[in-house]
Ligand binder design. Structure first.
Ligand SMILES: [Zn+2]
Length: 266
């Protein structure tokens, strides 16, 4: 796969551009989340830890090896501290190890996806057709403590099977052949979460016609999910203990007020 990857200079530019967009569109807080691009079999370019995503420049990006160790001369932040990769780079490296065909990983903290799943909403439900084409199936992994080795260990089997995975009470991971696709999947995740939340607030959706979900997956993918795992052992898209959706209100004034507040904050 060596020749397929983009060069370091282009990767640095793309990361700065997309990090700015993610921050500008409130898909993550200023220093939250991290992005990476594969530039070789054992070389990756990633955003540095603790830096404002809206102000990153191509020069701020770091090249790391397959163990997450920074390569090349140490860059310094404006406050003089040495730039270092995020502890969450382990999550990215696990994704690249599990999925040799992917070229980019975005870990973000999209607010509506986090809120909706925290309230008991299930994003693996197919209520709208476009999410199947953009993302396939959205999976929710079991809860793990952020920044610990638990995260890549528990997420590995999900990353092997799904392009969009929710980390409960934390954020999301979206994968793609390139950074634009990983961003489009993050965008589709948050957009879908908004629609699903509004549907719940408005009283719930009519179920999709029987057989239509399978038809959509057949159109969007060569096979319905689980479609990635070589040994055909993909985990289910929701934890077995996932609570039933608790969202909903039949108070029209409350719904209107919430929707107005959500729209204003967006
Ligand atoms: Zn995070």
């Amino acid at each position: 796969m060596t020749s397929a990857w983009i060069d370091e200079r282009t990767a640095r530019q793309q990361l700065a551009e997309v990090a700015r967009e993610i921050y500008g569109r409130k898909l993550s807080g200023a220093t939250d989340g991290n992005l990476s691009i594969r530039i070789g079999d054992d070389r990756f370019v990633t955003t540095p830890s603790g830096m404002h995503k809206g102000r990153l420049t191509p020069a701020d990006m770091l090249v790391v090896d397959g163990q997450g160790q920074a390569q090349g001369p140490h860059q310094r932040r404006r406050d003089g501290k040495v730039l270092k990769p995020s502890s969450e780079i382990a999550l990215h490296l696990e994704a690249y190890r599990r999925r040799p065909e992917i070229g980019a990983v975005i870990h973000a903290h999209p607010p509506m996806a986090i809120a909706y799943t925290l309230a008991g909403g299930r994003l693996s439900e197919t209520l709208v057709s476009e999410v199947v084409f953009a993302v396939g199936q959205i999976a929710t992994a079991p809860y793990t403590t952020p920044t610990t080795a638990q995260v890549p260990a528990a997420l590995g089997e999900y990353l092997a099977c799904y392009d969009c995975v929710i980390l409960p009470r934390h954020g999301s991971v979206t994968l793609g052949p390139d950074l634009d696709t990983a961003l489009a999947r993050l965008d589709a995740l948050e957009h879908t979460s908004w629609i699903y939340c509004m549907v719940k607030l408005m009283g719930g959706a009519q179920p999709i016609a029987p057989g239509e979900v399978d038809r959509l997956f057949q159109l969007a993918r060569p096979q319905p999910p689980p479609y990635r795992c070589a040994d055909n052992a993909c985990p289910p898209p929701e934890p077995a203990s996932a609570p039933a959706a608790a969202i909903g209100s039949d108070d029209a004034r409350l719904v209107a007020a919430v929707l107005q507040a959500l729209g204003a904050g967006r």
